[in-house]
Design a protein around this ligand. Structure first.
Ligand code: UD1
Ligand code: MG
Length: 434
């Protein structure tokens, strides 16, 4: 049994290398802010997760409270005490073992964190050997012992040549932090309080410092938009593998875009180029090529190719074909094969939606509902001007504009301009010989 531990996640920095008005830790990877992932890994291990915030504090807290309850947020005095060491100043961990993670490391997993705990040293620090170490703090090791960490901006030419870098995860005994954090100074190139200086202070006092060599892929920090895209590729690959292991069939999986909130049940087939977003649930369904599905629930249905299901669409035993857009609608036992917009609608079992059907759900001010009963045959090119309610067993003739109102069962609804035939018109218009 491992000792209980506290996990501190540093998420107060600006992330200026992201060149964005948005705080770095709020940039998304597979549909969730990158900070979500390190908190998720931390929560699998402990009840004491402390998140240090400052830059865009309220936005960061609000975003994380959507996913987690019982997190402890600490606000860094980033004005007077900037830097990762400044971030640790107000932290009061509950347990004696304290793991510190940077909030810009979304790829870290529980198993990687646990390796730090099996080690009894006063300080365990993560180390990676990188071909291109630029941007990272260099770890100076002499006689097999860690001496100190030098930030790139403070490093000499020979220190810059070191390829062993600090990956940004540390396990400390609480007393180590209590002793050294108040002693940190900001006499360095960035004028910041560096958490990394604790290593040299501890070494000078003879503490045991254990370097833990870790996998680059899990410990890579996201500092730029290139890093963000790379981290997303790795994360999405993990998600796709996870779901294929769970029984989902994916055709050309590397072309499928998948977010963290998407879930599958039963046997599902996902064709190439599909984009699945938000809290989508797909049960025993087939999603055909290049469809886009957001925050929807699809059961025993087939969708696409090239269909667009927007948030809050619910499909059950339904066929939705190409160029059909559905939004905030419930379709049960419905066929909508081609080229339609179905928004704010409820459509019952056995109903057929002809090509070119449009629910006119918006009058420029408000949105209105369209309710279609069972076994309704909606002819091609029908406009349903909401609010409209159609009872069961109704036929709507092709080309009809169904004006707002209620329509009873067992009727034909038809609005059609009578045909006019103008004899000889073609020849008159285009001339003889055509
Ligand atoms: C840090 C390490 C560096 C290491 C690298 C690994 C320090 C001084 N340097 O550098 O040795 O190689 O991580 O990725 O620790 N943060 C705060 N408050 C602040 C500043 C930063 O909470 O005042 C948070 C950030 O939100 C971020 C994390 O700390 O999540 C790391 O900050 P970042 O600016 O990315 O540090 P690096 O320069 O990458
Ligand atoms: Mg970083």
């Amino acid at each position: 049994m491992l000792n209980p531990l506290s996990i501190v996640i540093l998420a107060a920095g600006k992330g200026s290398r992201m060149k964005s008005p948005k705080a770095k830790v709020l940039h998304e990877i597979c549909g969730r802010e990158m900070l979500y992932y390190s908190i998720k890994a931390a929560r699998e291990i402990t009840d004491d997760v402390i998140v240090v915030v400052a830059h865009q504090r309220d936005a960061v807290i609000a975003a994380m409270e959507r996913y987690f309850s019982d997190l402890t947020f600490i606000t860094q005095d980033a004005e007077n005490f900037p830097g990762t060491g400044g971030a640790m100043m107000g932290v009061k961990p509950k347990y004696d073992d304290v793991l510190v993670l940077n909030g810009d490391m979304p790829l870290i997993e529980r198993t990687a964190i646990e390796k730090f705990l099996a080690n009894p040293a006063d300080i365990v620090m993560s180390v990676i050997s990188l071909e291109n170490p630029s941007g990272y703090g260099r770890v100076v090791i002499e006689n097999d012992r860690v001496q100190r960490i030098v930030e790139e901006k403070d490093a000499s030419a020979s220190e810059k040549a070191i390829h062993t870098v600090n990956a940004g995860v540390y396990a400390f005994k609480h007393h180590v932090l209590q002793t050294y954090i108040p002693q940190l100074s900001n006499a360095n190139a960035q004028g910041e309080y560096y958490l990394t200086d604790v290593i040299e202070m501890g070494r000078n006092d003879g503490l045991s410092i254990s370097p833990l060599f870790v996998e680059e892929v899990e410990f890579k920090g996201v500092n730029s938009k290139n890093d963000l895209a790379n981290a997303e590729m790795i994360m999405m690959d993990r998600l796709r593998r996870l779901w294929m292991d769970a029984g989902v069939i994916m055709q050309l999986p590397e072309t499928i875009y998948l977010e963290e909130g998407v879930k599958f049940e039963g046997e599902c087939v996902i064709e190439n180029g599909v984009r699945l977003c938000g809290n989508t649930l797909i049960v025993n369904s087939h999603i055909k090529a290049h469809s886009v599905i957001e925050d929807s629930t699809i059961t025993n249905s087939d969708v696409g190719p090239l269909a667009h299901l927007r948030p809050l669409s619910v499909l059950e035993d339904t066929h939705v074909g190409n160029f059909v857009e559905v939004k905030k609608s419930t379709l049960k036992g419905v066929k909508a094969g081609h080229l339609s917009y179905l928004g704010d609608a409820t459509i019952g079992e056995g109903s057929n939606i002809g090509a070119g059907t449009i629910t006119c759900n918006y009058d420029g001010v408000k949105k209105y509902q369209t309710i279609i009963g069972k076994n309704v045959f909606v002819g091609s090119d029908t406009q349903l001007v909401a609010p409209v309610e159609i009872a069961d067993n109704v036929m709507i003739a092709a080309g009809t504009t169904v004006t707002a109102g209620k329509y009873e069962s067992d009727i034909l609804i038809l609005s059609r301009t009578p045909i006019r035939k103008v004899a000889g018109f073609f020849t008159k218009f285009f001339g003889k010989g055509k």
